[in-house]
Design a protein around this ligand. Structure first.
Ligand code: ADP
Length: 318
């Protein structure tokens, strides 16, 4: 992740986002029981996502990204905490509600291209299938499939089976399949993990087009650090929590302003970037001091921290 910018104090304030909160995760915990061991995949994760946002989740392997996606997709249930998507409370759904949620609220795209599409159906048939299961009439299915293929840039591939499409094209068909039943939320777990960079570009382009056209909220998990240029917001995860955010304000297709933030959770917890911790040799405890417009953080062992006297600081004992 890029260096946390020192432009923050003088930087432009981000414009307030007026869109309603669509996803609200509060102190979310997921513990997997493996034999006698407990694996804590999410440990008190907080996340707010606004309706119509296009955001990326990044973070090292094992930081809990897939666990969060599976919970938001209604495929897995959290151990504790709260999580709401639209009107659905994901901790307290009945089985029927869960089925309805998965069928109508969310579309899912997996990293493994083969997992997204049925090999013996054409691209158009793959897109029509979820609509057929949901009971849409044939004419509507056909029109919707054609429209979605057009939007992901694959109009001329409608009659191709997956084995005649490139990996990147298969992922774009998979995105169209996920959008078939007009979900409010589109989740893509490493959709560009198995394709080259030109195909990744086309996949992000397709996601952006659907986001802009239908207002669908999009969350993409990715390892691709250049993703920041293609989404509104990048949320970094570490150890089962959200830790940093890069916000980007755009004007049309041109990004105009980018800033990296640390996330402050509701309990007042903050994760310092690893590079900062190493640079100042921080460990165990730090000294804090509240100033009028910022908070100073000093290593405990530094002689010139607050309370030790410092010509640049006001220097009285705390
Ligand atoms: P990421 O997607 O960021 O790589 P995951 O959500 O897959 O992270 O995993 C977070 C942690 O939870 C890891 O320690 C992983 O081993 C563990 N984990 C994930 N899924 C399971 C599972 N089904 N059973 C046991 N442990 C799991």
């Amino acid at each position: 992740m890029s260096e946390m910018t020192d432009r923050v104090p003088g930087g432009l304030p981000a414009a307030p986002d007026e869109r309603p909160i669509f996803i609200e995760a509060d102190n979310l915990v997921k513990i997997y029981q493996v034999a006698d061991l407990e694996v804590v995949a999410l440990q008190g994760l907080d996340l707010l996502v606004r309706q119509g946002e296009m955001m990326a989740l990044v973070g090292p392997s094992g930081s809990g990204k897939s666990t969060l996606m599976n919970i938001l997709g209604g495929l897995d249930v959290p151990t504790a905490g709260r999580v709401r998507v639209g009107d659905y409370n994901l901790l307290e759904m009945s089985r029927r509600e869960r089925v309805r949620y998965r069928r109508h609220m969310v579309g899912f795209v997996w990293q493994q291209t083969a997992r997204n599409l049925l090999p013996y159906l054409t691209a158009a048939e793959n897109i029509e299938l979820p609509m057929a299961l949901a009971g849409f009439p044939a004419a509507e299915r056909r029109a919707r499939a054609a429209d979605l293929l057009e939007r992901v840039g694959l109009r001329d591939r409608a009659q191709h089976r997956p084995d005649r499409l490139s990996g990147g094209e298969q992922q774009r068909v998979a995105i169209a399949v996920a959008m078939a039943n007009r979900p409010a939320l589109l989740l893509a777990d490493e959709p560009t993990g198995e394709v080259d960079s030109a195909s990744a570009e086309a996949i992000f382009h397709a996601l952006r087009a659907l986001n802009a056209e239908f207002g669908v909220t999009v969350i993409v998990v990715t390892h691709d650090m250049t993703v920041a240029t293609r989404v509104d917001r990048v949320v970094g995860m570490r150890d089962g929590r959200t830790s940093t955010e890069i916000l980007r304000r755009r004007e049309g297709d041109v990004a105009i302003h980018e800033e990296e933030y640390a996330i402050l959770d509701r309990a007042g917890r903050l994760q310092l970037p690893e590079a900062y911790i190493e640079a100042l040799d921080l460990e165990d405890r730090v000294r804090l001091r509240l100033e009028t417009d910022h908070i100073g953080v000093w290593p405990e062992h530094r002689a010139h921290g607050p309370g030790a006297g410092n010509s640049q600081e006001s220097g009285h004992d705390d």
